[in-house]
Design a protein around this ligand. Sequence first.
Ligand SMILES: Cc1cn([C@H]2C[C@H](O)[C@@H](COP(=O)(O)OP(=O)(O)OP(=O)(O)O)O2)c(=O)[nH]c1=O
Length: 210
Amino acid sequence: MILASQSPRRIELMREAGYTCTVKPADIDETPHPGEHPLALVERLARSKAQAVASEMAAPGELVIAADTIVTIDGEILGKPRDTEDAKRMLHLLSGRTHQVATGVCIATGELRKTEPSASGPQDAHEGTPPAGIIDSFVAVTDVSFYPLSEAHIEAYVASGEPMDKAGAYGIQGAGGRMLVRGIRGDYYNVVGLPIAELARHLGPRITLP
Ligand SMILES: Cc1cn([C@H]2C[C@H](O)[C@@H](COP(=O)(O)OP(=O)(O)OP(=O)(O)O)O2)c(=O)[nH]c1=O
């Protein structure tokens, strides 16, 4: 199995769940389309990541897993912050309110390598019939509520560096979870970047866990 991700959290979650993966991050353009719905975006990006890696290096029958996580509030999509000012802006938006964390997950196989035309690259999977090689994709959503955050609180948290490689500018698994989060509804691991229990159900009997 290949995990198409550079995220240390996803790598660790797959390992802890008993899956043995080769890691091959996908390099794709993650810009949302104009007016794209947040849930459509994460599913499209997960599929694009899986397709990119499956068509490039997976052997037929080999599984490729990819995911994409965003935070959304008031219809706005929050990815990873561009810089510390962007991180502060995001934390102000989330302060004292409930937002959604959405992760798209895609399972593809190396069949894509044989079936995708290499010149034009993988077909954009969110429109029309899924190309051969995509087995499954789904989206998981978790509600996360934040305590009201003071300016000093936001400054200190951003200065810690923790927000910079995380969607919505916080990490629930780190100081963010200890200092910012009032509560959640849904899968905790979905917030961390991979809804591992749901993924295991989608993988089902294809994989024999130890
Ligand atoms: C909200 C939240 C996000 N995150 C992380 C998970 C993801 O790594 C990241 C969102 O960025 P993604 O673009 O989903 O993933 P990535 O660039 O880290 O890795 P890759 O595309 O190679 O798979 O935010 C946390 O670690 N904790 C949190 O609480």
